[in-house]
Design a protein around this ligand. Structure first.
Ligand SMILES: Nc1ncnc2c1ncn2[C@@H]1O[C@H](COP(=O)(O)OP(=O)(O)OP(=O)(O)O)[C@@H](O)[C@H]1O
Length: 264
């Protein structure tokens, strides 16, 4: 693989039984590229990340991907286990991986890596507080830091903006974007919150009902293009500067804030 490519899909298909999530996908993700994976519930966004992580095998076709992958998983209630930890301990797990017994020199290196990652996301000031007392945005910054400790060439983010207020969403996207600009880390980000990420995104991979479309946001996020992809009329509208996708298979808007849905 060329060093400029961090992942390449060639005629790739992922299916579970007769449920095809995508078929004949050709996609190359370049170093430093920001790709948003969008689509309605169950369209295969998380499965796309799991394929990149090597957790799911393609049903057909090929994929090559860098070994240096960082991952910010979807936040689950089970994360309650980590709430008593200090922020720096959470980030330290990213350095440790599955290793134990790292020795004295290892501890110094670990400390340096953890401090660098905390500084990169602006979390040094609250690194010694228990995770559970921090705001959602602060916790998410720690999780970004954890994913960055391995110095990834590809950063996979599964719904990193869920449950955050707009200001925190903006801060998290900004720091992910800064990382890809300064270190050339490619980003693949799954989100239902399209508006905070659109200003930063190079390409959208839109998945719907076994079909997909990949291209620049201005080309993909249009009424005509998405209607063709959905196979039914979908309206892409701007409300107060926010992008809304209304209609589609679910007959509802998605990828949008609830306030617009209540008052279209
Ligand atoms: N290991 C698996 N075995 C069988 N089916 C699976 C497996 N993983 C995912 N699926 C199915 O594939 C489909 C896509 O799931 P996925 O979680 O990738 O969707 P998604 O787009 O991320 O959804 P959401 O937006 O709701 O998080 C779903 O119907 C899911 O049930």
């Amino acid at each position: 693989m060329s060093t400029a490519h961090v992942a390449t899909f060639s005629h790739a298909t992922l299916a579970f039984g007769d449920r095809v999530l995508w078929n004949d996908l050709d996609l190359t993700i370049e170093a430093g590229e920001f790709v948003a994976v969008l689509g309605p519930n169950g369209s295969g966004k998380t499965s796309f990340l799991r394929t990149l992580l090597g957790q799911y095998r393609l049903s057909a076709g090929d994929m090559t991907v860098t070994e240096a992958v960082g991952y910010i998983p979807q936040q689950h209630a089970a994360d309650a286990d980590t709430m008593a930890l200090r922020g720096r301990d959470l980030v330290g797990f990213g350095v440790d991986g599955a290793r134990w017994g790292i020795g004295l020199r290892g501890y110094a290196t670990r400390r340096r890596k953890v401090d660098a990652a905390l500084a990169e996301v602006g979390a040094s000031a609250f690194a010694d507080a228990p995770v559970g007392v921090l705001s959602g945005g602060e916790q998410q910054r720690l999780r970004v830091a954890q994913a960055l400790t391995g110095n990834p060439e590809l950063l996979l983010c599964d719904e990193p903006l869920a449950s955050l207020d707009p200001a925190s969403q903006e801060r998290v996207v900004e720091l992910i974007d800064r990382r890809r600009r300064t270190a050339g880390t490619a980003v693949v980000l799954v989100t239902h919150e399209i508006n905070p990420v659109m200003p930063y995104v190079d390409r959208v991979l839109y998945l719907v009902g076994g079909r997909f479309l990949a291209g620049p946001p201005d080309e993909v996020m249009t009424t005509d293009t998405l209607s063709e992809l959905y196979g039914s009329h979908v309206e892409v509208v701007r409300v107060n500067g926010r992008l809304l996708v209304v209609g589609g298979e679910e007959g509802t808007a998605h990828c949008s804030g609830p306030e617009e849905l209540d008052h279209p």
